[in-house]
Design a protein around this ligand. Sequence first.
Ligand code: NAD
Length: 345
Amino acid sequence: MSLALVLGGGGFIGGHLARRLKQEGFWVRVVDIKGNHEFWEHPEICDDYVCGDLRDPVLVGQVFTPPSHSPDTPFTEVYQLAADMGGAGYIFTGENDANVMHNSALINLNAVHEAAKNRVGRIFYSSSACMYPEHNQLDPDNPNCEESSAYPANPDSEYGWEKLFSERLFLAFSRNYGLDVRIGRFHNIFGPMGTWAGGKEKAPAAMCRKVAESDDSIEVWGDGLQTRSFLYIDECVEAVLRFMRQDGFPGPVNIGSEEMVSINQLAQMAIDISGKDIAIANLGGAEFEQKYGFPCPMGVRGRNSSNQLFREKMGWEPSLPLREGVARTYEWIAQEVESQAKAAT
Ligand code: NAD
């Protein structure tokens, strides 16, 4: 039986990925600082759920050790998804910069070291579109996120700088220690079974929640004209596995969708899907700061995945229309909102 290790498997993408690996017949170990996956029972996603802090090198040494039933077989596939991260309200205010950099860098330093030491089959590292230079993403209609545009580097957040550092860390271990790495740059992954409230949720989940909770208007941060693309979780998992299981191309490569929309268009999509008559209230500038006590955290003006390299190397690319993904996500979040409201009464 092949062994898989999913670091950060208690989170959104890691949970979906671990579940798919288990369905494929892998023996799966998940490691996460959270005691439980927020939405799945452990047996649905893994054979062994380790609650532990990946900043701790001793713990990381333990979780890379193969299970007792297969002590001489190193992990065939390792996925490094653990990071200190969240949506715009977490990453772009500046409040969490030190923790984001320190915590994620420690996790990656420990993971890459143990992966090389234990001679794992292959390791996937989850980088982010946030590592692309700000100066190529100022025009909302024409952002450039081709892989080759990464340097000279100029990410607009410390989160992006840490991702760039860790990409280089994984590549250096590949060069110097023969570690077989795959580096994917995720572009806004969304879907059911992910954080939808509390401040760490991302735009699609936040829009769906606001629409599900409202009957008159929803607040959208900024002027709503900033653009992004969003990739549905099932296609993200498929893309990661196809990339991970091909030989010879380590990346970095974008894992995203090329269907770019403005944030107001995304909000309108969620409203249309709900069938409700809801207005969009954009809030930015001084008004925003007065309400929340910090400047409106919007990120770059435009961002879209460029899938040319992925297409070329993998002969496949994600194709689910955004509206379909938002409809599936809205349905799930609306149910969550309803059951939470019922539980509160
Ligand atoms: P997530 O926050 O749901 O998952 C990350 C998991 O890491 C969480 O469950 C968290 O508890 C865990 N973690 C954090 N610190 C830890 C620690 N010290 N020890 C053990 N576990 C720890 O995020 P996600 O959306 O599933 O993202 C997964 C990865 O993909 C992250 O590295 C993220 O930076 C990257 N990424 C995600 C997106 C996206 O749109 N979701 C976009 C770009 C990059």
